[in-house]
Design a protein around this ligand. Structure first.
Ligand code: ATP
Ligand code: MG
Length: 265
């Protein structure tokens, strides 16, 4: 009897079933994505700062450097990667999910599964999390050097699922020079750090020269400013026309190459 009690005392305390489930899912995803060398999230809690712009042009810059690249649109309810690339509605009923190949980049986005790009996707949190899991667990990503993940703003469902389920190399944070943007970007960095994800650095988009917003973020989080992307009407116009700014404009290309050299280095 005494021996039995001693044995019970030695046993680890039981973990909550939901935690065990997440650990199991993470293990499964790690095996499924074993062919991907690096996974980088592009993130800010602030909307409209240029996350998708940075994700798309980062993917193309890496591809142009000779890397094998995938681009995951983890903005499940407002999927803009597909909108930027002009591949909305390119539905394939293959399962496990088959990424669309655009210019050699493998892309998955909810927008590919919606027949009208203006149709709203009105899903509650659990369904958003389930879709993120589908894109990670049941997709044919194959061998990649980099998987770039475009996140939605906020600090809830989709970013949380990515943080919980994926072994990320870390986040590249995006801010603009404005204080409201930098405060919310600091918020995202703090969330990442609290949940054990590295912050690789911060990019100042829509910059007017010397980084101010990115400097505030870097100081608050103890990370590097990776570089700036100038406020440039042409960048918006090219993206609107489904063109890739780094493929069309030398100055924009140089800004991204400089940032990417710091990340890959
Ligand atoms: N440096 C820039 N100069 C000019 N326009 C830009 C620049 N960066 C992004 N834009 C434009 O600003 C708009 C918002 O950019 P984008 O969609 O990349 O932001 P986001 O952070 O992904 O937004 P959301 O939070 O909605 O996902 C787009 O129309 C884009 O073309
Ligand atoms: Mg976006």
């Amino acid at each position: 009897m005494e021996e039995e009690q001693a044995h019970k005392d030695e046993m680890p305390r039981q973990m909550h079933p939901s935690i065990l489930q997440v650990i199991e899912q993470k293990k499964n995803i790690r095996q499924k994505l074993a062919g991907i060398k690096h996974k980088i999230g592009i993130y800010s809690a602030k909307g409209g700062v240029g996350k998708t712009t940075v994700a798309v042009n980062t993917a193309y810059t890496l591809r142009n450097m000779g890397y094998k690249v995938g681009l995951l649109d983890a903005d499940i309810d407002c999927p803009n990667v597909a909108l930027f690339l002009g591949i909305s509605g390119t539905f394939s009923d293959e399962y496990p999910l088959k990424p669309y190949e655009k210019d050699g980049i493998k892309v998955l986005s909810t927008a590919m599964y919606v027949d009208d790009e203006k149709k709203p996707i009105i899903w509650r949190g659990p369904l958003v999390g389930k879709m993120v899991r589908e894109f990670l667990e049941n997709a044919q990503w194959g061998e990649l050097d980099y998987l770039i993940i475009d996140l939605s703003p906020g600090t809830s469902d989709a970013p949380l699922s990515i943080i919980q389920l994926l072994d990320l190399d870390g986040f590249v944070l995006v801010t603009t020079p404005q204080r409201i943007a930098s405060v919310n970007t600091i918020r995202s960095g703090m969330m990442a750090k609290r949940l054990g994800v590295a912050v690789l650095g911060v990019v100042e988009n829509m910059s007017r020269g010397t980084p101010t917003g990115a400097k505030q973020v870097a100081d608050a989080l103890g990370c590097d400013v990776l570089g700036t992307i100038s406020l440039d009407e042409k960048l918006g116009e090219l993206s609107d026309a489904n063109k890739i700014p780094v493929n069309e404009d030398g100055k924009i290309r140089e800004e991204f190459i400089s940032i990417l050299k710091r990340i890959t280095g």
